[in-house]
Design a protein around this ligand. Structure first.
Ligand SMILES: *Cc1c(COP(=O)(O)O)cnc(C)c1O
Length: 311
């Protein structure tokens, strides 16, 4: 049985030593985030990147310790772990789901995490988008009017995951290299189809931008621009160029209201412990950092897991 949201909040004990350690770690990451952002000469009025603390496979007490210091954005990879943590921890945490989302788990994540679900970062199929749309509408109790104009804060934010490195072990839709928007088969691209579907048929979802993990390749020097991050940025621009030039009549007028004024308004979520500084320099609006804050993770061993994914 799901815990009642009215249940008194369970205190999650942590030691002062552990809190101090986590604080030092996250402050160090914040400094590096700041420094990378300040080094961008063309940053203009851009807001500094959001730091998401990736707490997967770490105890809820670690999250509570950081919460008590004022941190709110946390990222989780496994649905059941996220639902359990969300039910035990304060309701004003902003949860980021960053793991593989199978369509049959769309309803569970929406109803289990509730309004504290801040964003799904890994949307990669129309089927899952449609099920998320239905689940959010049902939670709000307004499936009656699918065209209702919802205030932005009631919508569920999503990033579309792009598999920039084209590795089989990673999920995500194919990227759009430079020139894709003008190509005759652009309308068959998964990303264009999925974005069009979200913008035109999912009034309860808000497309926040694109997300990538990037290559695991250890041979890449993390101080040099990362080709995966470059490709995510290009993909965003191609997607925008395509949609803005096909707004009407093909895609319908309604899509126009959902499009940003400029491609840059769509965020890029990219950068992890090993490469968040270069990701910021390449335009990341949100970095997802686990190991550098919480330390090494225990290995997740699960039947059916692809061994190649853990190297
Ligand atoms: C685990 C994970 C992270 C954090 O990785 P670290 O290398 O520990 O910082 C970020 N993004 C995704 C999608 C992850 O699965």
């Amino acid at each position: 049985m799901a815990a009642s949201t009215d249940a008194p909040h369970v205190a999650l004990d942590y030691s002062k030593d552990r809190q101090h350690e986590l604080e030092e770690n996250i402050k160090g990451v914040e400094q590096d985030v700041q420094r990378a952002f300040q080094s961008i000469t063309s940053r203009g009025s851009r807001t500094p990147p959001r730091l998401v603390a990736v707490s997967k496979l770490k105890p809820a007490s670690d999250i509570q310790a950081l919460y008590d210091l004022g941190y709110r954005h946390f990222g989780e990879n496994y649905i059941q772990e996220l639902v359990d943590k969300a039910q035990a921890l304060p309701k004003d945490i902003c949860w980021h789901f960053i793991g593989n989302l199978q369509s049959n788990k769309a309803k569970t994540v929406v109803s289990g995490v509730g309004e504290a679900l801040w964003v799904i970062e890994t949307l990669a199929s129309e089927k899952t988008a449609g099920l998320l749309e239905k689940a959010v509408a049902a939670r709000l109790g307004d499936n009656a009017d699918p065209n209702a104009k919802l205030p932005l804060q009631k919508k569920l934010k999503v990033y579309i995951q792009v598999n920039t490195s084209q590795e089989d072990v990673k999920s995500g839709v194919d990227p759009l290299p430079a020139g894709s928007a003008a190509s005759p088969d652009a309308s068959n691209q998964e990303l264009i189809k999925l974005a069009t579907f979200i913008l035109s048929s999912c009034p309860h979802l808000h497309l926040l931008g694109l997300m990538t993990i990037g290559s695991f390749s250890a041979s890449h020097d993390p101080s040099k621009p990362n080709p995966d991050f470059e490709l995510l940025s290009t993909t965003r621009n191609e997607l925008f160029t395509y949609l803005i030039s096909h707004v009407s009549p093909e895609l319908g007028e309604s899509i126009k209201d959902s499009l940003p004024h400029a491609a840059e308004e769509w965020e890029l979520s990219m950068g992890m412990s090993a490469d968040f500084e270069i990701a910021i320099k390449q335009g990341s609006a949100g970095v997802r950092v686990g190991t550098r804050i919480f330390g090494e993770r225990p290995k997740k061993v699960k039947a059916g897991d692809n061994a190649a994914a853990t190297k």
